[in-house]
Write a new protein. Sequence first.
Length: 189
Amino acid sequence: MNSKSILSALAIIVALLSFNAYLLFAGSYLLPQLISSDSIKQSSHQTIVKYILINQKRSIDQVLTTDELNHITDVKNLVQKLPFIALLLIIFLTILYKKLALDISQATKYALIILIIILPLIFLLFIPFFISFHQILFPEGNWSFPIDSILIQLYPENLWLSATVILITITIVELLTVLVSIKKYGRRI
């Protein structure tokens, strides 16, 4: 294993997960399926999604408390950066591929191995992962809420576990597709 391939594998993982996470929010197809079918919860979710994606503030303050809105504003700022993070990493990988003769097949295999190892660990260590994720991305500490808060009721732990597993699984399928394409078409891709 060389450090260039490992670094590239991590960049591939972050790029794909960033893009897929953005689609999870922007597409808004999967998340509502994981949320309770209760129409009030679905409506609240749609209000939050509109705030995150298009900054539509109408009725957001009727759905969330001030503390919850502060956290969702931080989430909005992060979600809006995800496509740019993915794009920058793709540019970085393209430069590595062209200038440093990066073996994209090797980097993709490493990325696949890393995610295959992480996937079962998510089931075992989801709470520590979830806490660490929030401590890193939201260091202000405004991400923890009482069990009866709107955010916890809308987006309980099992929803985030399911969404995380789905994101990682989609990314694994994408990586497998890349590997099959490389094997089939070689350097022509």
